[in-house]
Design a protein around this ligand. Structure first.
Ligand SMILES: Cc1ncc(COP(=O)(O)O)c(C=O)c1O
Length: 394
């Protein structure tokens, strides 16, 4: 079956008891035992729940992995994967990863649990040079957040295999509709299901999908041990979101391509970051690796003063000023003071997250309306001033 069919079929044929079309919601913390020592297969929802189990099967199928575990947030997924490593293990992570990922890695480093190197994964020599005897994991996020840089997962995985490193890919930005990291050598794929997979901005959730059953068992164990597993209602909502993943992603991408082209031609915009643009530095690699480019775009204003940035952020009507991405509605945000505010300023700066950078998540509204909205917001910027280093706070 094609993905279009599986996202519907696998979320529908789940109730052997009564044949309900909707996935049954087992909103319960615990389950009655059939007899002493004889459970139904479920005893307590932290350890397992039939609604969550359905989501986990669907997620494993979507990614082409052996097993998945659904957890409470994307960060819970990352924390659970990182808890797999021994004390003092070294993790090489992409230098422009999501701010919350960077914050977590820094926290674990400060506590002596992990050693961390933030490296530009686009430069394979730098990655090779960063590998040490205690390196255990290569943490990849591609396209990166917020600059949409694409790295070669095949090449990185090949290098990682030589040194026995676990390759973890955060596939939040594209979803399995556009990218299948296992086909490029990943061992573990994590998601913030909060984003495209759920797609309706009404859940925070996460997932860990493993290439092998053994790794899958390990992450099920760790998620239960740490208590990071997600609840049944959130699982049910994500399942409902997944039914429309394909149609949503197609529309997000079509809209994003049009919006990116509009921004690239706009006289007040200096740079546009969208892998679907032929001008994007890693467009060719993106085309080879992905089946589409998703719905997130970042851009820099030429007029780089605080007022200009505030003015654009405040003047959109359809694009809502809010963090996050991947919902049906369009959002606009300021990475330096919002999504990436938790990143150390020097790390933020070296990753190119400057004060004049704006990120948008393109929704599935009509693209004419979205372009008109951005056009009107940009028209509020009147004069061009030289760049300032400090960030604005929104
Ligand atoms: C790439 C990426 N990974 C992980 C996360 C964390 O997900 P959550 O907010 O569901 O914890 C985010 C959140 O924005 C993200 O953008």
């Amino acid at each position: 079956m094609q993905l279009e069919t599986r996202t519907i079929f696998n979320t529908t044929h789940t109730d052997s008891e009564y044949g309900s079309i909707g996935t049954p919601l087992y909103q319960t913390s615990n389950f009655r035992f059939r007899d002493v020592g004889q459970s139904t297969g479920y005893d307590y929802t932290r350890s397992g729940n039939p609604t969550r189990a359905t989501l986990e099967k669907v997620l494993a199928d979507l990614e082409g992995g052996a097993k998945a575990v659904a957890v409470s947030t994307g960060i819970a997924a990352i924390a659970t994967v990182l808890s797999h490593f021994d004390q003092g293990a070294h993790v090489i992570a992409t230098h422009d990863c999501y701010g919350g990922t960077a914050r977590l890695l820094k926290l674990f480093e400060a506590q002596g649990k992990l050693e961390v190197s933030f490296v530009n994964l686009g430069n394979i020599q730098d990655v090779r040079a960063a590998i040490k005897p205690n390196t255990a994991c290569l943490w990849i996020e591609t396209p990166s957040n917020p600059l949409l840089e694409v790295v070669d997962v095949t090449e990185l995985s090949k290098l990682a295999k030589v040194y026995g490193l676990l390759v973890a890919v955060d596939n939040t930005f594209l979803s399995p509709f556009n990218f299948k990291p296992f086909e490029f050598g990943a061992d573990v794929v994590v998601h913030s299901t909060t984003k495209w997979l759920n797609g309706h901005s009404d859940v925070v959730g996460g997932a860990i999908v493993s290439r092998t059953p053994e790794l899958g068992e390990r992450f099920q164990f760790l998620a239960n041990a740490l208590g990071t597993t997600t609840g049944s209602f959130d699982s049910w909502l994500v399942l409902r979101g997944i039914k429309t993943l394909v149609v949503r992603m197609k529309q997000h991408e079509e809209n994003a391509q049009r919006v990116a082209e509009f921004l690239a031609a706009h006289p007040l915009v200096s740079d546009v970051y969208y892998p679907g643009l032929t001008s994007h530095p890693t467009h060719t690699l993106a085309k080879k690796q992905f089946t589409g480019f998703g719905g997130v775009i970042s851009f820099r204003l030429k007029a780089n003063d605080e007022e200009a940035i505030r003015s654009v952020l405040r003047s959109t009507n359809i694009f809502t000023l809010a963090e996050s991405l991947g919902g049906v509605e369009s959002l606009i945000e300021h990475p330096a003071s919002m999504s990436h505010a938790s990143m150390a300023p020097e790390l933020r700066e070296s990753a190119g997250i400057t004060a004049n950078l704006i990120r948008i998540s393109v929704g599935i509204e009509h693209s004419d309306d979205l372009i008109e909205d951005l056009s009107r917001a940009l028209s509020t910027v009147t004069e061009s001033k030289p760049a300032k280093e400090e960030t604005v706070s929104c």
